[in-house]
Design a protein around this ligand. Structure first.
Ligand SMILES: [Zn+2]
Length: 262
């Protein structure tokens, strides 16, 4: 098996790599490991001291849970594997507080965090709009958790396709005839079809079968394109690296169990 990095955009937090000579089952195992097993921080409990906003406590709490928090995997443990057995301690949880008075749009940048490494990944996520005279104050507990327990702990999006084999023929007449049917992003400044613009973001499916004389799409079933997009808690590389480590450790645990069988 071989893997090669094809594209990384650190600003948009996206990654594309190619894998050769693997099975769909293996690729899917990595995808599921990313979604289910890579731990990230998310708000899990909220204690409200004041809330005279238009939203109920539960609605605000739900919104808070879905705010991606930057995650430091070296300093925290997943709650249920921590020495505290999931009760919550400084090794697996972190407190974030917020206290605001209206009139104001309360956003994720208004949080105060006890650990500067753990903070909202984006500043301008709206939480609630306070009118004059309304206020909100709460203490939220963020926990390190995994996506198989709740979607708020999913680190991002992961998906793969077979590698497309693209045959492109920039026939000016045909382009004129079919241009409207293709995604506009695939054309370069001079109006020609650019292969690379079709791969990232992946627009191959949207180009298949429209006009084979212009773009012919075939699929190489021994190679894969694997896409990762982070929600902001971890970098894409950290996500992939941790997913593979988690996968390996599960295989090692299974191996230990099998050895005991005899
Ligand atoms: Zn703990």
């Amino acid at each position: 098996m071989e893997a090669k990095l094809l594209h990384e955009d650190k600003k948009k937090q996206t990654l594309l790599f190619e894998v050769k000579d693997a099975s769909p089952a293996y690729m899917n195992a990595i995808r599921r490991s990313i979604i289910d097993n890579v731990p990230v921080m998310a708000i899990d409990e909220v204690e409200f001291r004041k809330n005279s906003s238009i939203l109920y406590d539960e609605v605000v709490a739900h919104r808070l849970g879905l705010i991606p928090l930057t995650t430091d995997l070296k300093s925290y443990f997943v709650s249920k594997d921590c020495k505290c057995d999931g009760a919550g301690c400084a090794r697996c949880t972190l407190k974030l507080t917020l206290s605001m008075k209206g009139p104001k749009m309360v956003t994720s940048e208004d949080f105060k965090t006890a650990d500067p490494k753990i903070k909202p990944a984006f500043d301008k996520i709206p939480i609630v709009k306070l009118l004059k005279g309304q206020d909100i104050e709460f203490e939220a507990t963020a926990k390190l958790g995994v996506g198989k327990d709740h979607a708020k702990w999913v680190p991002g999006l992961a998906w793969y396709t077979y590698k497309p084999k693209l045959t492109i023929n920039n026939n000016a007449k045909k382009i004129e005839e079919f241009k409207d049917k293709y995604p506009p992003q695939i054309f370069d400044k001079s109006g020609k079809i650019d292969k690379n613009l079709m791969l990232f973001p992946n627009l191959v499916g949207a180009c298949e079968g429209i006009c084979d004389e212009l773009i012919k799409v075939e699929w190489d079933e021994s190679s894969y394109l694997f896409y990762v997009e982070s929600w902001g808690q971890l970098s894409c590389k950290e996500i992939v690296k941790t997913a593979i480590e988690q996968f390996d450790s599960k295989i090692a645990q299974f191996e230990e169990l099998v050895k005991k069988l005899k």
